[in-house]
Ligand binder design. Structure first.
Ligand code: PMP
Length: 372
């Protein structure tokens, strides 16, 4: 059996799991408490994780705000910017191929009176930075565009997008959930990015934890937004709630391993994607086509069309040998909005499957396709 649904979630690194355990048993102190050892130990562990995550992202330690994951970070940033800056303008730009945690948040804001532009995409789900620039007006307070697409694996041109937003002086938020650990993400190279979201379980950390990056100014002040959670004022008053110490510790360790292994991971994901591509091509020939056949993409994500075959039925048949998914909460009544935005017909969408690898996937495991 080969697990090829790593864009949905990954296996936690054993080292990350082991480092979490003490914080569920002996070190259960609340990091917001003071003076006694258990509280201090939790606080030290949180700060080590913050440092490890900041190294992975190439940002300052203070710019990392722990959350429950990308869904929360996306909500927090988009709603937080909308609320804080609505007096400056009520226009937000996003794309039609975003994750539902961005799309639904934007739809919610439309109901609250905001004007949202949903940029169209090319056949790989990527937006055109020139069109983005054309859509920015004096009313635009936020651009929210994913770095890499979770269904097709294609990459938006983040360099160009970052430059446009910097030039036009507009906040840029990027949902980087799918690219962390599969691409070099050094925020120093992207001065136009003001906010970023990520989830630990996509890079072999635990589920239910992630972070938001909020850029700080030259005085060390984080870009202000209205908090999503009000309460005890944790995380610099931006994200209240007792910190999930064990999860944050696991995220920190996973971030550290991911950082150390990044070059190997990128190479292995790329090579194994080609290996899988060629295996499928040899096995299925003309009866398949690759929806994500583009050069510049997240390594390790392959979206494949099995012509004339229903994807849900195929996934069921494959399940004893291969764990994969359609790439979205695709149901008979709701086909993938990403493939739809990329111009695929309903029939093409309903015959498409996403295979997503991790750096732990081996060619020997992929050989299961030879036996099918
Ligand atoms: N954005 C993208 C691009 C994703 O792939 C996901 C997870 N599928 C999310 C956001 C949401 O992440 P989480 O479920 O961990 O909150």
């Amino acid at each position: 059996m080969v697990y090829l649904d790593n864009s949905a979630t990954t296996k936690i690194y054993t080292e990350a799991y082991e480092e979490m355990l003490p914080y569920l048993l002996a070190e259960y102190g609340n990091p917001s408490s003071k003076y006694y050892e258990k509280a201090n130990n939790s606080k030290v562990a949180i700060e080590l994780s913050r440092e490890r995550v900041s190294k992975l992202l190439g940002c300052s330690i203070e710019e990392v705000i722990f959350t429950s994951g990308s869904t929360e970070s996306n909500n927090m940033i988009i709603k937080g910017v909308a609320d804080f800056y609505h007096h400056k303008g009520k226009h937000i730009i996003t794309s039609a191929a975003e994750h539902p945690s961005v799309l639904e948040t934007c739809e919610f804001l439309v109901e609250k009176g905001f004007d949202v532009t949903f940029l169209p995409t090319d056949c790989f789900g990527r937006i055109d930075p020139v069109q983005l620039e054309r859509e920015i007006t004096a009313e635009t307070i936020l651009v929210s565009l994913m770095w890499g697409n979770n269904e097709l694996g294609s990459l938006n041109d983040m360099n160009a997008i970052s430059e446009v937003c910097k030039k036009r002086n507009v906040f840029l938020h990027t949902d980087a959930t799918q690219v962390i650990g599969k691409l070099e993400v050094d925020l120093e190279d992207y001065p136009g990015i003001t906010f970023l979201s990520c989830s630990a379980h996509k890079f072999h950390g635990p589920k239910g934890v992630g972070c938001a990056y909020l850029k700080q100014d030259q005085y060390g002040i984080l870009t202000p937004i209205t908090p999503l959670f009000h309460g005890g004022g944790q995380e610099g008053n931006i994200r209240s709630g007792t910190l999930a110490v064990h999860n944050i510790v696991g995220m920190g360790k996973a971030a550290s391993i991911t950082n150390d292994n990044l070059q190997y991971a990128i190479k292995s994901l790329g090579e194994n994607e080609i290996y899988l591509h060629d295996l499928l091509q040899t096995k299925f020939g003309e009866s398949i086509s690759f929806n994500s056949d583009v050069k510049d993409k997240i390594p390790g994500i392959l979206n494949v069309q099995f012509k004339g075959v229903n994807n849900e039925l195929l996934l069921k048949q494959l399940a004893p040998y291969v764990s994969a998914s359609t790439g979205s909460a695709c149901s008979a009544s709701k086909p993938s909005h990403v493939l739809a935005a990329a111009g695929y017909t309903i029939d093409e969408i309903r015959s498409s499957i996403r295979f997503s690898l991790s750096s732990l996937t081996t060619q020997k495991e992929l050989d299961v396709f030879k036996e099918l």
